[in-house]
Design a protein around this ligand. Structure first.
Ligand code: 9MR
Length: 572
């Protein structure tokens, strides 16, 4: 590795024919000369930096280097200014092609209830099935409610993906992650190249079952979401339990099969019920021809959930239910109602759902903000579906939704132009929050969709800029994606990928996205090491720093969507 240098690049690759921009840290107000060298050390291009002055998000004085004009494909390029040299990078289309699949492989690694097989992931990442009721696990096959609930039944909720570095399974977060993988597929079917996700494309047990692998991976989670529904004949039948996780937090490291904590269901919530309704409706239309019986089962579960949510419209998850798992509490469910209605309408065309969509205050793209969408803000997901899937909504209304997407993308572009380290994401006070990298990636999705709908290059370039930020053009000087780039995160917060704590365990496999900078510093390690940090610098690659360096299915689903799109745009 070169000495820590003030030149920050996409550590993996820049695409031929597209903008290639780099950030230099420098207090100089005068332009400086940069030199691009090939892997043999020969200068192949040179130019002047553009001084940008003080940059709020990083707290640094910066210059921009733009070497877009140089387009010769190759590996091992470096940029130099004075005595400083960047990490090496490629000019190539290969990086995105690999990241498209590495980011999806993350989900197989996170599977609960199935042995992770060396045949698909290699020996280092193989592990026994977690939470199938083999001691010391207490199993997810027969899970009771929390002791204060007395719900009078247990559920078999094996399967699904572990949320993150912990072993909780949370419906609202699992739902948006599954939705985003399914949306990646649906967008490719309608606007791109779905063959990239066909059978045999992923290293998963279902790779030769005749079904597109992206659907297979998502189904592992969708089946879990369905299993969280309250059975018929029980109180709140049709509602969906908010989450299932350990009674007490386990320590790091803990391999999933070695977790001995009791597992408990939290109460149903309106948000979880609508989230499942939305995803099951979306899945129902995607499996319509692939597996009609499954498609029908999904739609029945979705409609039952939606009706139950309408009958119980304000059952909120407890913001204090945070022992042994995250809370994922959310006081506003207007957006979940809109999203579920939109998915049900797009799938069925029924007038009742149409009325709920068009009657919502969120109709016609009101949900889009420069903050972005996440597990608590789901209205945009409904709009993305309505912008993609043909329905009998008035054409002008569909146009209004697409315009909301492009208008939001324009706001991102205006902001990117002012930033030293362009990242599409903005909060009211300029702070960065828990999981900021997931929001950056999701806003990259908005830029990508704006390109899909308009074919204007500026939006495509904005989506690529988001990838540049995630892959190393940032003040932390990390690629936030494990195994990609010269200085990738290695010590993400994870109970199995805990090599930092136990040398017999692996580091994160390639393609896992760290949550990234969080000005809130909500864990003791981040608070100790990062006090006073500028927003984009509130990051440390430490396994204990869970509020800045955890991985999570909702962040990786955003990376998967965006990198799949970038891969499509760089394949010739
Ligand atoms: O991603 C979640 C973030 O938006 C919240 O601010 C944070 C604190 O409640 O929780 C994050 O989600 C974590 C969850 O609660 C437990 N599993 C790990 C998740 C990622 O850190």
């Amino acid at each position: 590795l070169p000495p820590t240098s003030g030149i920050r690049v996409n550590q993996e690759s820049y695409a031929p024919g597209l903008p290639k921009r780099v950030t230099l840290i420098s207090d100089s107000t005068a332009a400086q000369t940069w030199t691009l060298k090939n892997s043999a050390g020969t200068a192949v291009a040179t130019g002047q930096t553009r001084p940008r002055g003080a940059d709020a998000a990083s707290g640094e004085n910066v210059h921009e280097i733009d070497f877009s004009a140089y387009d010769t494909v190759g590996t091992g390029y470096t940029l130099s200014v004075g005595s400083e040299t960047s990490f090496p990078f490629d000019i190539s289309t290969a990086g995105p092609q690999k990241l498209r699949y590495d980011s999806l492989a993350f989900f197989y690694h996170q599977r609960s209830g199935i042995a992770i097989d060396a045949a698909y992931v290699g020996a280092a990442y193989a592990r026994p099935a977690g939470h199938i009721n083999v001691a010391p696990n207490q199993g997810d096959d027969n899970v009771p409610c929390r002791s204060d609930l007395n719900c009078g039944y247990t559920l078999d909720v094996r399967g699904g993906w572990y949320d993150a570095g912990d072993h909780g399974k949370y419906v609202v977060n699992g739902g948006i992650a599954a939705w985003e993988l399914l949306d990646e597929y649906e967008r490719a079917v309608r606007l791109g190249d779905a063959s990239a996700f066909g059978d045999g494309k992923l290293a998963i047990p279902e790779r030769a079952n005749g079904v597109p692998d992206l659907l297979d991976e998502a189904r592992w989670e969708v089946d879990f979401l369905l299993s969280m529904q309250v059975p018929d004949g029980k109180p709140n039948a049709g509602m969906v339990h908010h989450k299932i996780h350990d009674a007490q937090w386990t320590s790091l490291p803990t391999r999933p099969d070695q977790d001995s904590q009791p597992r408990r269901l939290s109460p149903p919530s309106t948000a979880a019920t609508l989230n499942m309704a939305a995803v099951a409706a979306q899945a129902s239309r995607l499996w319509r021809t692939v597996d009609p019986a499954y498609s029908a089962k999904l739609l029945a579960a979705s409609e039952k959930a939606y009706a139950a949510a309408k009958a119980n419209p304000a059952v909120l998850a407890d913001p204090n239910d945070g022992t042994g798992g995250g809370t994922y509490s959310d006081n506003t469910v207007t957006d979940e109602f809109y999203w579920a209605a939109a998915e049900l309408f797009a799938t069925t065309g029924k007038s009742a759902y149409r009325t709920d969509v068009t009657g919502s205050a969120l109709y016609r793209g009101k949900s889009f903000t420069t903050h972005g969408f996440d597990w608590a803000s789901t209205g945009a997901l409904g709009d993305i579906t309505l912008a993609l899937v043909p329905t009998d909504l008035p054409a002008a209304d569909v146009t209004a939704i697409r315009t909301a997407i492009t208008t939001t993308a324009d706001s991102h572009l205006a902001q990117l132009a002012t930033m030293g380290y362009p990242a599409p994401y903005r909060t009211a006070d300029g702070s960065y929050e828990w999981g900021s990298n997931g929001l950056v990636a999701n806003n990259g999705v908005v830029l990508a969709l704006a390109y899909d709908f308009t074919k204007q290059d500026k939006y495509r370039d904005g989506a690529f800029a988001a990838m540049d930020y995630l892959l190393g053009r940032n003040p932390a000087n990390y690629s936030y994606v494990s195994g990609h780039g010269d200085q990738p995160v290695r010590n993400v917060h994870h109970r199995f990928w805990a090599h930092e704590l136990d040398a017999s365990l692996p580091t994160a496999p390639p393609g896992a996205l760290s949550g990234g900078p969080n000005s809130g510093l909500q864990d003791p390690t981040a608070a100790r090491l990062l006090t006073g940090c500028a927003p984009q610098r509130c990051f440390v690659d430490d396994i204990q720093a869970y509020s800045v360096n955890e991985v999570a299915i909702n962040w990786n689903s955003a990376l998967a969507w965006l990198s799949g799109w970038v891969a499509e745009k760089t394949s010739s």
